[in-house]
Design a protein around this ligand. Structure first.
Ligand code: GLN
Ligand code: ZN
Length: 776
């Protein structure tokens, strides 16, 4: 580039896109249900984008200086990038028109599947609770600029008077996160197609330059992660190659390469030597780097405001960090560490948190404000923002001294723990005792816990909240629902029953509402995947359990059946992962407090006659640090907290756990160390790929690889499930195998659920008849 346009002094990497009142979710779901057409969906989303731009300007970003990221997505930014470059798997080729384009309905089909065509696989986005869709790329993938949505959104903004900054996942991250397509030969690596995808990015950048974009943001978080399968050296070589090609294009917008979720480490010299104009540094996860050749010529975008958490934090320290970055380059800007996708919109939308807690928090809008404050300080000097810095420091000091943040009884209990509190007896002996006590058939069938949350259930909960139902009336309605779910499971012929979790709005929030140390928001929604949102609770103080939480529900359920009913709890790691957690002490310490509360609950369930307790840890993998050096410590405290929660029970009590993903390989050792008697995992979408990992690891406890992908409305056929079970049995000894769906059924409708579960039971019976039951 001949002259680099000025980079804005303050910016953010992205903003929540689902809408302040989840407008996008509602519109997208209405479109799926056929209640609105494409034009109406487009209009709603255009309105949302417009509102976002206006809001960001009101909060202090510039209207005409590229500081507003154009970061909208209908479903997922990785899917967007894949569709932009034309990476549509061949099983969906019918969705692509003669110009290589795919319409909005087709785009959603990739995400949700259709008929026998499975959707793209979904997995966690770095160490967040956001899920992206995994592109499939092979030698046959025909790269071409297949969508101009990014260009259109930029021009839409321009027409409305904004000079925004288009955002797209960069080529290295796109390919590094992709999996080989069905057609790809063994050993194929998607990143090997880099030279073929770069011309498409080049065309896109040129189109953006033509319509007047001054800056474009390419997100390359793959460069900070050590959990990418591609060898590091190849990843760095790819980055060097990609940005030497894109960086030497003319004309093009200036390139801002953002690298959220960690420090760039050895990727930094590569980028500093490349022709990109600006580099984003995550200075919440990483620290200020040392001097690197070439860095002084770049705009350094200091990600000092935590995009991943909701604390107001230490603004003065953040400003000092910006100052340290300013020593590395004369051109510095202030930003968030990641997209604000991970935090809710606005603390002002909350009315029940109380003044103290409210004053300790910053949601997306407050964080934009903090960015604007620091940017102002950068331009006008620290004294210009001293009052804001002082206010933040005062709030932080008040928070650390507030009642409930430290509870003496809780602290005494964690301090008194010994090794014995973390360990159960020998597994083999337990297995025999449990087999005798439970008397389950070969290939026991069960579900992961939740049954569909019907409109009636949600309505009842809303009425309870508004005082239109008494607690007793609500309990009676939930009990009736439980009885229905038990009857249904009897009819279907499942072996281990669940109560269906109707009383739980959310598997973490439910516990947060019943434990001390947590607060719950009213409107604090964040996108989990596609149209699905969660409302994380805020863990702000020491955690304890004032009274039993789930015991009455489980005991009632068990009273309805002779079959074993699983008690159902959420594990300590998941409670932490899906909440916004206090940042004033190590996570491991907080996890032990939660574990002790759960240990008491499990003890109470056991005393009340519940023989199987499932402790869900779907987030175990998600919190795994991206840097190898941090992983051992994490695995130690996370596994330890699960064991602390579950190790208090007798031999005959069977502990289950559930994990929501299929990349079992990376954490297999940790999963073994959990020492749960039975572990259910997701496996259907990846067609049992995971079982070979299990086999090679020598895992010898019970294992239920999912046979029904519950993320899609598709009903798996009996043949399909039979094949999956048989595939599992090829790798895993039969006595270990359990049959279950991938995950809970909460988001599914009843019709598809009943059909799918009936097919699972039928398939299990077919396999039981074909295969001889093992003898121990
Ligand atoms: N027991 C939970 C359910 O069935 C587990 C959900 C999850 O793993 N995300 O809903
Ligand atoms: Zn799950």
């Amino acid at each position: 580039m001949t002259t680099t346009p000025a980079f804005p002094t303050g910016t953010i990497l992205g903003y929540p896109r689902i809408g302040r009142r989840r407008e996008l979710k509602k519109a997208v779901e209405a479109f799926w249900a056929g209640r609105i057409d494409e034009a109406e969906l487009e209009a709603t989303s255009a309105g949302l984008r417009d509102a976002t731009r206006a809001r960001l300007v009101a909060l202090g970003l510039g209207q005409a200086d590229s500081s507003i990221p154009e970061s909208f997505s209908y479903y997922d930014q990785v899917l967007d990038a894949a569709v932009t470059v034309g990476a549509v798997p061949s099983r969906f080729s019918a969705l692509v028109d003669s110009d290589g384009r795919i319409d909005l309905a087709g785009y959603f089909t990739l995400a949700r599947g259709e008929g026998d065509n499975l959707p793209l696989e979904m997995t966690k986005w770095f160490d967040s609770n956001y899920h992206y869709l995994v592109p499939e790329i092979g030698p046959e993938t025909n790269f071409a600029l297949a969508s101009d949505r990014i260009v259109r959104e930029f021009t839409e903004a321009k027409a409305a008077g904004y000079l925004t900054r288009p955002v797209i996942v960069g080529p290295v991250t796109l390919l590094a996160l992709s999996k080989p397509s069905d057609e790809a030969p063994a050993g194929f690596v998607p990143l090997s197609r880099l030279d073929d995808v770069l011309p498409v990015y080049a065309t896109l950048l040129q189109r953006l330059a033509e319509v007047g974009a001054e800056w474009v943001q390419l997100d390359e978080p793959a460069l900070v992660s050590e959990s990418i399968e591609v060898p590091r050296a190849e990843l760095l070589a790819a980055a060097e190659r990609a940005y030497s090609v894109l960086g030497t294009l003319e004309p093009r917008p200036a390139i801002f390469l953002a690298a959220p979720y960690g420090s760039l480490d050895d990727a930094l010299p590569v980028l500093a030597a490349s022709p990109v104009e600006a580099i984003g540094l995550d200075l919440v996860r990483g620290s200020v780097p040392g001097a690197v050749p070439g860095l002084a010529d770049k705009v350094l975008v200091a990600g000092v405001i935590d995009g991943h958490n909701i604390w107001r934090g230490d603004l003065a320290a953040a400003f000092d960090t910006v100052g340290a970055v300013a020593k590395l380059s004369p051109r510095v800007a202030v930003s968030t560490s990641t997209s604000l996708l991970h935090v809710p919109h606005d603390v002002q939308d909350e009315s029940s948190l109380g003044d103290d807690l409210t004053s300790w928090l910053a949601f997306a809008d407050q964080k934009v404000n903090q960015v604007a404050t620091l940017a102002h300080g950068l331009t006008h000097g620290k004294s210009a923002i001293q009052a804001e810095l002082d206010a933040a420091s005062a709030a932080l000091a008040a928070r650390l001294a507030a009642p409930g943040v430290r509870d003496g009884a809780v602290r005494a209990r964690t301090a008194g723990l010994t090794e014995a509190d973390f360990n159960r007896g020998d597994y083999a002996a337990r297995a025999v005792a449990q087999e005798e006590a439970l008397g389950l058939p070969f290939l026991p069938t069960t579900t992961i816990g939740s049954f569909p949350q019907t409109g009636e259930i949600r309505r009842a909960r809303a009425q309870l909240g508004k005082g239109e139902l008494t607690a007793d009336e609500y309990t009676a309605l939930m009990r009736a629902e439980i009885a229905r779910v038990v009857d249904l499971q009897h009819e279907l012929g499942l072996d281990v029953l669940v109560h269906g979790e109707p009383e739980r709005n959310d598997m973490v929030q439910y516990f947060a509402e019943n434990l001390d140390g947590f607060a719950v928001t009213e409107n604090g929604w964040v996108q989990s995947y596609g149209s699905r949102c969660t409302r994380p609770s805020i863990l702000w103080g020491d955690v304890s359990r004032p009274k039993p939480i789930t015991v009455d529900w489980s005991v009632y359920t068990q009273s309805l059946t002779e079959k074993p009913v699983k008690g159902m709890l959420t594990g300590p790691v998941t409670i932490l992962a899906w909440s916004f957690v206090r940042d004033d002490q190590p996570l491991g310490e907080t996890a032990r407090q939660v574990a002790l509360a759960l240990r008491d609950e499990i003890g109470d369930l056991e005393s009340a006659g519940i023989t199987i307790v499932q402790v869900d840890e779907p987030a175990l993998r998600e919190l795994l640090p991206l840097k190898k050096k941090d992983q051992a410590d994490y695995l130690d405290w996370s596994v330890g907290s699960f064991k602390l929660a579950t190790a208090g029970v007798a031999e005959v009590t069977q502990i289950h756990t559930h994990l929501c993903y299929s990349e079992f390989g990376v954490v297999i050792e940790a999963i073994r160390n959990l020492d749960a008697d039975v572990t259910s995992i997701e496996a259907a979408r990846s067609r049992m790929e995971v079982v070979s990992d299990i086999q090679s690891s020598g895992f010898d406890h019970g294992i239920g690889p999912g046979v029904y992908d519950i993320h899609s409305p598709r009903v798996p056929s009996v043949t399909e499930v039979t094949e999956l079970i048989e595939r599992a049995l090829e790798s895993i000894p039969g006595r270990q195998v359990w049959i279950n769906p991938d995950c809970g059924l909460k988001t599914r409708g009843y019709d598809e659920t009943i059909e799918s579960l009936a097919n699972i039971v039928e398939a299990t019976q077919i396999v039981r008849a074909r295969v001889e039951a093992p003898v121990r």
